[in-house]
Design a protein. Structure first.
Length: 139
């Protein structure tokens, strides 16, 4: 196989983190924009949107890790379902800055930021796409 045959037509950004979340949300492009404002996400790749405004893949870097996003494609067996039973936890330094940026961007406070019994400051937020986010900063 020649080198040209082995090349992809799209960039292949490095995947960061040992476990990578891949979220199917209603409005992946809007979610990417929101995560940039709320969590200082950096978008490193996006497949073009289709004629319905959907994208099959967006790759973000948040807090030293990768997060993948896509829109639902029910016609291909991948409907968008309400997120439930999980949260994404950001282990951060300077939690007050992270928290305020997310709240200012429009995240809903679920559990106010507070000192917890395990020796950390912790709180939970919900983004406009229904995803629950936790923030944790050990003392």
């Amino acid at each position: 196989m020649s080198a040209a045959q082995n090349e992809t037509p799209y960039p292949n950004p490095e995947v960061k983190g040992g476990l990578v979340a891949y979220l199917c949300v209603d409005g992946a492009s809007k979610a990417s924009d929101f995560y940039a404002k709320a969590f200082d996400a950096k978008e490193v790749f996006r497949y073009p949107v289709d004629d319905k405004g959907r994208t099959m893949h967006i790759h973000l870097y948040i807090n030293g890790s990768s997060l993948m996003l896509s829109d639902g494609y029910p016609e291909h067996g991948h409907p968008c379902e309400k997120p439930q039973g999980f949260n994404l936890t950001l282990q951060v330094k300077n939690i007050d800055r992270w928290w305020q940026r997310a709240v200012d961007a429009g995240a809903e406070i679920v559990l106010p930021l507070q000192d917890m019994f395990w020796g950390a400051r912790y709180g939970q937020l919900k983004d406009p796409f229904g995803v629950l986010w936790s923030m944790n900063e050990p003392k």
